[in-house]
Design a binder for this molecule. Structure first.
Ligand code: HMG
Ligand code: MG
Length: 313
C-alpha cells in the first residue's frame, strides 16, 4: 500500500447522518449521551446534528438542545450541518465552532434535498462561508451523489471536481466526497478521487461512504492507497438520507476502525467504546446495529459463559 497514510481521521456522523433517517423518534438526552459516548471513545470529530428546516427533517429539530447538553471533550471537534444563513445563525447561537455545508453534483438530487439548483446552493454557501469566517467558525463541505445519483444515474467525475473546487474556493477547509446512495465500488474510486485531486489537494479530500451494497470498506482500502486520510463513518452503521431513496447506513465506525487497527493505521479511537455507544443507541432506535464487527462481538459474548448473563440490544 504505497501512499497509505499512517494516521487517519475518522469523522463520526452517526448522531446526524445516522439519526436523521431513523423512523423512531430518539429523545434528546439519548442523543446527548450518544455524542458523549463517541467523544469519550476518542473520535476526533463528531457531527452532532443539523440546523436544517425542522419541516424537512424533524429528527434534527432539537439540534440546539443537543449542543447545549453535550460535555465538550477538549480533543473532539463538534460539527453541525447547515443549509443556509439561518442554519449558520442557529449553529452559532448553539455554540458550534464548526459547520458543514452540503452541495450536490447532480441537479435533481440538489433540488430534492435542499430545493435549490447546484448554482443557487453554491451562492447560498458562499454567503454562509463569508459570515462563518467573520464568526470564527470553520466550514467543511460535502459533495453528494459523487459516485452516482438516485435520480440521474452516472455522474461525471469532472462535475464532482468542479463542485468540490467551488467549495474550497469559498473557504471550506475540506470536502467530503460523498457516496450518498452507497453505489460506489473500488473500481470507481481512483477515477473520482483522481479528478477531484486535480482540482484540490489530496489532504483536503475526505470520503463519505454509505454501505448500501457492501462495498464501503473496499472503497476505503482503494482510497487509502491513493493517500486519502479522512473518512466519515457512523457508529453501528446507522444512517441514510431521507431525500435519497434507497440510501442505507453509512460505513459503520466499528468496521472501519477494526480494519484500520488491523492495518496498523492510527486513529486514536477505542473500538470497544464505540461498541458501547452503539449498543446504548440501539435501545432507542429499536433495532440492532448493522455493523458486522458489532454483531460479531455480540455473538461471541452471547456464546461465552459470562456473556450469556449480559443483556443484549
Ligand atoms: P425551502 O422550503 O425551500 O426553504 O427549504 P424556505 O426558505 O422556504 O424555508 C422553509 C421553512 O423552513 C421556513 O419556515 C423557514 O423559515 C424554515 P416557515 O416560514 O415555513 O415556517 N427554515 C429553517 N428553519 C430552521 N433552520 C433552517 C431553516 N431554513 C429555512 N436552517 C431548506 C430549503 C434548505 C431549508 C430545506 O430544503 C432543508 O432544510 N433541507 C435539508 C435537507 C436535509 O437535511 N437532508 C439530509 C442531509 S444531506 C445528506 O444526508 C447527505 C450527506 O450525508 C452527504 C451524502 O451522503 O451525500 C451530507
Ligand atoms: Mg450521508
Amino acid at each position: 500500500m504505497s501512499a497509505a497514510p499512517r494516521r487517519v481521521t475518522v469523522v463520526e456522523v452517526g448522531p446526524r447522518d445516522g439519526l436523521q433517517n431513523e423512523s423512531a423518534s430518539v429523545a434528546t438526552p439519548a442523543k446527548i449521551a450518544f455524542v458523549d459516548g463517541l467523544s469519550a471513545a476518542g473520535l476526533p470529530v463528531v457531527e452532532v446534528s443539523a440546523f436544517v428546516s425542522p419541516k424537512w427533517v424533524p429528527q434534527m429539530a432539537d439540534a440546539a438542545d443537543v449542543f447545549a447538553g453535550i460535555a465538550r471533550h477538549p480533543d473532539t471537534r463538534y460539527s453541525a450541518l447547515v443549509p443556509n444563513l439561518a442554519g449558520l445563525d442557529r449553529a452559532h447561537a448553539a455554540g458550534a465552532t464548526e459547520v458543514a455545508i452540503f452541495a450536490a453534483s447532480s441537479e435533481t438530487f440538489s433540488r430534492r434535498n435542499i430545493n435549490q439548483s447546484i448554482d443557487e446552493s453554491l451562492d447560498t454557501y458562499r454567503a454562509v462561508c463569508e459570515r462563518a469566517q467573520g464568526l470564527g467558525i470553520r466550514v467543511r463541505g460535502y459533495v453528494s451523489t459523487a459516485f452516482g445519483c438516485p435520480f440521474e444515474g452516472a455522474v461525471d467525475p469532472q462535475r464532482v471536481a468542479s463542485v468540490a473546487g467551488a467549495l474550497i474556493d469559498m473557504g471550506a477547509f475540506e470536502v467530503a466526497v460523498s457516496d450518498t446512495i452507497g453505489i460506489a465500488h473500488p473500481g470507481q474510486v481512483p477515477g473520482v478521487v483522481g479528478a477531484v485531486s486535480e482540482r484540490i489537494p489530496i489532504e483536503k479530500i475526505a470520503l463519505h461512504f454509505h454501505d448500501t451494497r457492501g462495498t464501503a470498506l473496499a472503497n476505503v482500502l482503494a482510497a487509502l492507497d491513493l493517500g486519502v486520510a479522512t473518512f466519515d463513518a457512523s457508529a453501528g452503521g446507522l444512517g441514510g438520507c431521507p431525500y435519497a431513496p434507497g440510501a442505507t447506513g453509512n460505513l459503520a465506525t466499528e468496521d472501519l476502525i477494526y480494519m484500520l487497527d488491523g492495518l496498523g493505521i492510527t486513529t486514536g479511537v477505542t473500538l470497544e467504546r464505540v461498541v458501547e455507544a452503539s449498543a446504548e443507541m440501539a435501545r432507542h432506535v429499536g433495532h440492532p446495529p448493522v455493523s458486522r464487527y458489532f454483531q460479531a462481538v455480540r455473538a461471541a459474548r452471547a456464546s461465552s459463559p459470562a456473556g450469556g448473563r449480559r443483556s443484549s440490544s
